[in-house]
Design a protein around this ligand. Sequence first.
Ligand code: SF4
Ligand code: SF4
Length: 282
Amino acid sequence: MVISIASGKGGTGKTTVATNLAVSLGKGVQLLDCDVEEPNAHLFINPVFEKTEVIAASVPEVDEEKCTLCGKCGEICQFKAIVVIGNTVLPFPELCHSCGGCMAVCPEKAIREGERVLGITEAGRRGDLEFAHGRLRVGEAMSPPLIRKVRSLSKSDGITIIDAPPGTSCPVIASIKDADFVLLVTEPTPFGLHDLKLAVGAVRILGIPCGLVINRSDVGDDRVRKYAEEVGLPILMEIPFDRRIAVAYSRGQMLVDVMPEWKEKFLQLYERILTLVNSGKE
Ligand code: SF4
Ligand code: SF4
């Protein structure tokens, strides 16, 4: 069972939902923070990290001795990541998507596989809860390969909860693709509604069942609720504004630790998700 927690925009409480759901469920659960540009779930989980891995992408390195400047590598590259300029071949590793095309077409076997470090993955645990995240190298723009690496740490049994990056672009798709359920977290404001619509569009294109958590549910207006009703998006949980929740967040404390009554609500949230997933399989 893979549940991705996503939101159209940042700051809606996505990490609060992901971490508290994971800790409430406890044993047999894995929490993967795929927000590799700004991972922050570990600040609340406080895991003991046991394993770190450097993740690199393969990029071309040209042997100028062998190169005849035929230009075939530049012709096949769709990303302008390798070009012949004058009497030299210039690879641009930051643009490379590691497809291997240039290496395959080079008639002189003048291109060997080099490496561009994308970032690291770190894996550990907090008690029974298993935790992993990725950290994108500063200056690196391509996060989906690192996100896929974090997701590859998912175990086939048990429950995997994924904290996806905000937005609706490639990193989000990499974090929600093939999930059993996507839980969207929003707030009842015009910005929240605008970005929620984009997120629902992306999730529905992928054909993944989804539901909604409304955070700070008693501020703003009821347009998010009306939209959810119109498009058949079930509202699975509402978290009202509470100063104690905001203070706990600012201190890096878990909601379920500070207000234990929320544990039962997160367990009920999981039961609702399970019901929706199972009803889709019938
Ligand atoms: S590996 Fe693919 S993307 Fe990278 S330079 Fe070669 S052809 Fe371009
Ligand atoms: S395909 Fe090979 S030989 Fe031709 S320009 Fe590129 S590196 Fe040089």
